[in-house]
Ligand binder design. Structure first.
Ligand SMILES: NC(=O)c1ccc[n+]([C@@H]2O[C@H](COP(=O)([O-])OP(=O)(O)OC[C@H]3O[C@@H](n4cnc5c(N)ncnc54)[C@H](OP(=O)(O)O)[C@@H]3O)[C@@H](O)[C@H]2O)c1
Length: 311
């Protein structure tokens, strides 16, 4: 099928393009500021400012997609606080417009939200549990779910994603890529032992989104995540071990509880994955399987080799 993908240069979108193309789909992908090489998996790559509603509508109508997959967003909560108007336009206005275009074209819509719609005090969270966002980014994602499902209730699936790892097109967007960059530049990572996440690999979530494109009967809100909850601290240690880098002097254990971030950062975001786990062929993965597929970004290979050598 022909799929219009927004955010093809991002961590999730980049993985979606590859997984969907491998499954035989024709993917037309949009990028924003991406200046790297042609992206893998795309039949067509379109540069598009997604806040420009006229340009977005023209691109979607020209593509005439059977499915629209929205992987574009201001995905960084910090940027969301610094640039609230940009974040609102990207994270709410743009998905609302995609939903209206999906309805106009009769296209399937798959939209990505976040586990951060919950406040982290009552995990594990089921799809029907009340949302309680703690920060501006999460509030916008809650609103995005509402507007998408209001505009295209019989076409839209909204998937709440957990903290994502994976190999991103630019090598700077995934948790492990950010940690490797920090360590290569001598920064120490302060990681919380009481911040629990059910991390998933972007290519695994991408496989879920590809399946959902064809499963038009599955509408509403769904959860996807990894099979194992871990603390951020534990995850950092596992990433260091995966690449043979000593954690000592690079990772410091900290506590979210009692820290200034406690008010805006949910502590425990374990998710209940049913019913999606019972409806799809894709399986949720344990941490070891995810870590094995992580790669060192090309720009950091020399630095990582040095960190290993002096171990
Ligand atoms: N990463 C996580 O841990 C995580 C966790 C839960 C949920 N999510 C959600 O999952 C989805 C994908 O996240 P991600 O981590 O893959 O995001 P990402 O790596 O930050 O990628 C964001 C994408 O959006 C595009 N974009 C941003 N602003 C744009 C604009 N004004 N015009 C055009 N394109 C624009 C970027 O294009 P350029 O780079 O080319 O500008 C990029 O392709 C988002 O909805 C996010 O909220 C992510």
């Amino acid at each position: 099928m022909r799929i219009l993908l927004t955010g093809a240069s991002g961590l999730l979108g980049g993985n979606f393009a590859v997984v969907a193309a491998r499954a035989g789909h024709e993917v037309i992908g949009t990028v924003g500021g991406w200046s790297g090489p042609a992206l893998s998996g795309l039949a067509q790559q379109i540069r598009l400012e997604l806040r420009d509603g006229d340009a977005l509508a023209a691109a979607v109508r020209a593509a005439r997609p059977a499915a629209i997959v929205n992987c574009a967003a201001v995905s960084d909560p910090g940027q969301s606080e610094r640039e609230p108007e940009v974040a609102a336009a990207l994270n709410v206005g743009m998905p609302r417009q995609l939903a209206m275009l999906a309805r106009e074209l009769g296209a399937r819509l798959v939209h990505v939200s976040t586990e951060q719609v919950f406040d982290g005090t009552r995990a594990p969270y089921g799809v029907g549990d009340p949302v309680a966002p703690l920060n501006g980014y999460a509030r916008l994602k809650v609103e995005s779910e509402r507007v998408v499902l209001a505009a295209a209730p019989e076409l839209a699936a909204v998937v709440r994603a957990p903290l994502l790892m994976g190999n991103s097109p630019g090598g700077r967007r995934s948790v492990h890529e950010r940690l490797l960059l920090d360590w290569s530049e001598g920064r120490v990572a302060r990681l919380f032992t009481d911040e629990i996440r059910q991390v998933a690999l972007a290519d695994n979530l991408a496989a879920v989104l590809v399946e959902l494109c064809a499963r038009r009967e599955l509408c509403g809100v769904f959860h996807w995540a990894g099979a194992e909850p871990v603390s951020r601290h534990w995850l950092g240690l596992a990433i260091a071990a995966r690449f043979g880098i000593p954690a000592e002097g690079r990772i410091v254990a900290a506590q979210l509880l009692g820290s200034p971030l406690e008010a805006t950062r949910p502590a425990d975001l374990r998710l209940e994955l049913r019913p999606l786990t019972e409806l799809l062929a894709t399986k949720s993965e344990v941490l070891g399987a995810q870590l094995a597929r992580l790669e060192v970004p090309e720009s950091l290979r020399a630095a990582v080799a040095t960190m290993r050598a002096v171990a």
